[in-house]
Design a protein around this ligand. Structure first.
Ligand code: ADP
Ligand code: MG
Length: 348
């Protein structure tokens, strides 16, 4: 009795799972019945056949339902597994042979989900790190300014030996602070995709000469020669002049800042479809390990030195973004103690 009930429940379950095929089932039965009536005269045989067909169909539906239920359960358990994070790797997802295609799809979906989550986690880490860096970088000049002002207020203001010096130092830190803020604004504009580029052709010789002129004082103060080797007269290059100004200013400033003696050269070398722009110095150089990292935000080979010369550690990150927006790539060659060369290409 108990077993009978169990079997009946099972059959009911199977049949309900096969319900989706009911239309096809009725359709074929109807055709068969129609043909039987047309072809066979004997009513008894026809009815027997119909009953037989009906029973066979039930058995068939039961089998199909059973299989369908099994497959659905398999898929359900895999999906539930993904939902409950029971899988660590896509290889752990397994379905029976006839569901291979589905298995591959689910695996790929799972893999994509893992990657998306990884990516989001990484973004979150980068954001937290950036915030920590920003706070730290802001704190340094603010604390320094605070320190100098307090010392001055405590009496140093009347000490002719130090008062001007302290004010100069506090002033230098306010300059650093303001540099940092403007670099931060640039970075956030660039990274939020708000940097609007406006490309046009311009005379590269005129353009660079102007920038060189503006930066000569800075070079002279360090006794460094700043030289421009122009391209052929009238050469027109394609780019966003105002954004490129930031690139040139940053690269030339770095070249001057990180050079103790010698010269800084800017060269434009014409190629077939592009012109290669090179900023070369005879400075302290950068080691191979550091070259891989100097474009990261806030990365500086020597923090104290960079800060002393008014650096923020954001300059090259900004340069990289702008050069890449010009569909170009910034390249670095450098040898510690000998000098560095930064270059990129602009379209002719
Ligand atoms: N021309 C160069 N010669 C030597 N080191 C350089 C040069 N340009 C950049 N660097 C190194 O790369 C770091 C990152 O540069 P940048 O992003 O412009 O930041 P910073 O504000 O410190 O100049 C610098 O701190 C410096 O250590
Ligand atoms: Mg810099």
């Amino acid at each position: 009795m108990d077993i009978g009930l169990k079997v009946w429940n099972e059959v009911k379950d199977n049949l309900s799972s096969a319900k989706v095929y009911l239309k096809e089932f009725l359709f074929f039965n109807a055709i068969f019945i129609l043909f039987s009536f047309l072809i066979i005269d004997n009513r008894i045989i026809v009815f027997t056949l119909i009953i037989l067909l009906f029973l066979l169909s039930l058995v068939f539906l039961n089998m199909v339902g059973y299989k369908r239920k099994g497959e659905l359960n398999e898929v359900k358990s895999v999906v539930a597994g993904i939902r409950k994070n029971t899988f660590n790797r896509p290889e752990e997802i397994k379905l029976s042979k006839n569901l291979q295609a589905l298995q591959e799809e689910i695996k790929q979906m799972f893999e994509k989900e893992i990657n998306d989550i990884e990516y989001l986690k990484k973004l979150e880490r980068v954001r937290t790190e950036f915030l920590a860096n920003v706070s730290h970088e802001l704190r340094t000049p603010i604390f320094a300014i605070q320190g100098y002002i307090e010392t001055l207020l405590d009496g140093a203001i009347d000490d002719k030996n130090v008062n001007k010096n302290f004010l100069d130092k506090a002033n230098q830190h306010t300059i650093n602070l303001s540099n940092l803020l403007s670099d931060l604004i640039d970075i956030s504009m660039i990274e939020s995709g708000e940097m609007r580029m406006s490309y046009r052709y311009f005379d590269i010789n005129e353009y660079i000469s102007q920038i060189i002129q503006e930066m000569t004082t800075m070079a002279k103060e360090k006794n460094i020669e700043l030289v421009y080797h122009p391209a052929k007269a009238g050469l027109q290059l394609f780019g966003d002049k105002s954004k490129l100004k930031q690139v040139f200013t940053n690269l030339i400033t770095n070249a001057i800042k990180y050079t103790e003696h010698g010269k800084v050269e800017v060269l434009v070398e014409e190629e077939q479809k592009y012109a290669k722009i090179i900023i070369r110095d005879t400075g302290i150089g950068i080691s191979q390990e550091d070259i891989a990292r100097i474009f990261e935000r806030f990365y500086r080979v020597d923090k104290a030195r960079s800060r002393a010369v008014g650096g923020t550690g954001l300059g090259l990150a900004i340069v990289k973004h702008i050069v890449e927006a010009h569909n170009s790539k910034i390249e670095v060659k450098s040898e510690p103690g000998v000098g560095s060369e930064f270059s990129f290409r602009l379209k002719k």
